[in-house]
Design a protein around this ligand. Structure first.
Ligand code: 16G
Ligand code: ZN
Length: 548
């Protein structure tokens, strides 16, 4: 019938690359852009099917984030705005690798039957498409459109060049029946930011607090969009560098570079000593801060995702305790569960610090989908990877309790600190992206909290001192030979390897070390921490030899 011949004819235009096996990794498919046409086309089909299955709008983002400019990638955003449900990943793998149009069609038909997807046209598929600034994005976006339109009735809406979190936000907003244009996104962020500033406690040292913020845009989409956000935010003093007019995307710039190398990115120099600086990555879903302590060296003080998490945790915990002062919680019979979620890469000093604050800490494997899923189990779940990807999730239950609480306080003690705490938490829930980690909402929340507390970046960085750490990667023939458990902290395969690692760790005071197969590259990664840099380096090196 028509549907069959449509898939057959359009997929014959997109033959898969020879001799490569693609897999839907931690953040979708990623590879050299030149081999991705067929994959992107097929993910277009998948997205349209996902839209039919969920009877909702689905997102497709074309980006390779912090990777080099010649790479590209594609990932799917589910109706809630989060990542594609994990049980569809095997289908993504199998269609990406189907050798012929006939085999592709057969896989699609089997899957459609298994999932009970109906083509009755009652609610046709709709997919929002976005891409970052990579030059390959344009033609890949065309391929995605072709894939989408090979499902009868499906439509693609091209959102143009956007950040990854913008696209996820738009999908979420559309499915909630809310306004979902870029201006609506900017408006929501800026109005909730302004709201937080209006709620700054009287007598706080706002005036003397903040000099300007300088942002490294990674030569990517983030720099352009941040200019747009700035327009709706008069009063915020941000200078944006690395806007892509001169440098190359992610080359010597951006959050990944800054976090891994711990040196100044391009475009920054000795004149920036003491200034509060931030870096975005290539699709603006990661954020780290840094400052240059001395003009004699390009070595920076890095304020990474763990410290952003800590700052957010301090603030949220403080507001929750103001709100529940006087035993209100008991009266309501409701106790809000606050949780923080980290991965094994979190610096041990951050975990200690959070534990001392009395917070509940959960550990998950690397990859946003795992952290996000865990965070959603709490009333307020704060998650961050050390690399700067993270956000704060608020449960629906908690938000409606908070609304009710705020109304009650407004009638009983309007303008009290208690009511302000409720308003602040409500503002945070609107400011911080509920779909996925977002460098912009993270940045505005950091700025608001620093002003609220009257803290400089140095004061913030001094919450705790990072333990020295080292990351290495080992090229291996088969990274799947390494299998981990307990949120990647223990290697259970190959046999005996964990015992060998333990024997190395035992030689170092405060030593901690783990290995894991990368989800994005053909390598095994090693992370080591110890009481001195020399010790961390040496522990990482000896464990890298074991892994080799
Ligand atoms: C991807 C993940 C990131 C993770 C990184 C680890 C998303 C959106 N991104 O970039 O969270 O930290 O992979 O890479 O999930 P690795 O497995 O190569 O170490
Ligand atoms: Zn990214």
């Amino acid at each position: 019938d028509h549907q069959k011949s449509l898939i057959l004819s359009s997929s014959s235009q997109f033959p898969p690359p020879q001799g490569v096996k693609l897999s839907y990794g931690t953040s979708g498919f990623r590879a050299d852009a030149s081999i991705l046409q067929s994959t992107v086309f097929r993910v277009g089909i998948l997205a349209a099917l996902r839209s039919l299955k969920t009877q909702s709008v689905i997102g497709l983002m074309i980006t390779a984030s912090h990777n080099q400019v010649s790479d590209n990638g594609i990932k799917v955003g589910d109706p809630s705005g989060g990542m594609l449900t994990q049980d569809w990943e095997p289908f993504a793998d199998s269609i990406a690798n189907a050798p012929t149009p006939q085999e592709l069609l057969q896989l699609v038909e089997e899957f459609v039957a298994k999932e009970g997807i109906r083509f009755d046209g009652s609610r046709p598929a709709k997919v929002l498409l976005g891409r970052d600034t990579r030059p390959s994005g344009d033609s890949l976006l065309e391929a995605a459109k072709q894939g989408i339109s090979s499902i009868v009735g499906a439509s693609a809406v091209d959102m143009g060049i956007v950040t990854t979190p913008q696209l996820h936000w738009m999908v979420r907003a559309k499915n909630k029946g809310l306004k979902a244009a870029e201006l609506d996104y900017f408006e929501q962020l800026s109005s909730s930011y302004r709201c937080l500033l209006d709620l700054i406690p009287n007598g706080s040292k706002v005036e003397k607090a903040q000099n300007k913020l300088v942002v490294d845009g990674a030569n990517g989409v983030g720099s352009e969009k941040l200019e747009g956000l700035k327009k709706s935010l008069d009063g915020l003093d941000i200078e944006i560098r690395n806007t892509g007019k001169e440098g190359v995307l992610n080359e010597g710039v951006g959050a990944d570079f800054v976090q891994k190398e711990k040196v100044l990115p391009q475009g920054f120099g000795p004149k920036d000593v003491g200034i509060r600086c931030a870096s975005l990555d290539g699709d603006a879903d990661r954020l780290v801060y840094f400052t240059l302590p001395s003009e004699n060296s390009s070595k920076i003080d890095l304020v990474d995702g763990d410290k952003i998490l800590s700052l957010f945790a301090v603030f949220v915990k403080e507001q929750l305790s103001i709100l529940t002062e006087g035993g209100q919680m008991v009266e309501d019979g409701y106790h809000a569960r606050l949780g923080v979620i980290q991965t094994a890469y979190a610096n041990g000093a951050s975990t200690n610090y959070l534990r001392q604050l009395g917070l509940e800490i959960a550990l998950t494997p690397t990859g946003v989908k795992y952290l996000h899923e865990k965070a959603a189990e709490y009333d307020v779940g704060i998650y961050f990877e050390a690399n700067g990807h993270g956000t704060i999730l608020f449960s629906d239950h908690f938000l409606s309790w908070l609304e009710a609480k705020n109304n009650e306080l407004a009638s009983r003690s309007k303008g009290s600190e208690q009511q302000k705490a409720a308003l602040r938490l409500l503002a945070v829930s609107k400011l911080i992206n509920q779909a996925v980690g977002d460098a912009f909402s993270g940045l505005l929340l950091v700025e608001a909290i620093l002003i609220h507390k009257g803290w400089s970046i140095c004061k913030w960085n001094g919450l705790y001192q990072d333990l020295p750490s080292r990351q290495l990667k080992v090229k291996v023939i088969d990274r799947t030979a390494v299998v981990t458990e307990n949120a990647e902290t223990i290697a259970v395969k190959p046999p005996g390897i964990q015992e060998a690692i333990n024997a190395e760790i035992a030689k170092y005071p405060c030593g901690r070390c783990f290995i894991r197969p990368s989800g994005t590259e053909d390598v095994v990664r090693v992370y080591a921490e110890a009481s001195t840099q020399e010790a961390a380096d040496s522990l990482a090196n000896s464990v890298a030899q074991i892994a080799d």
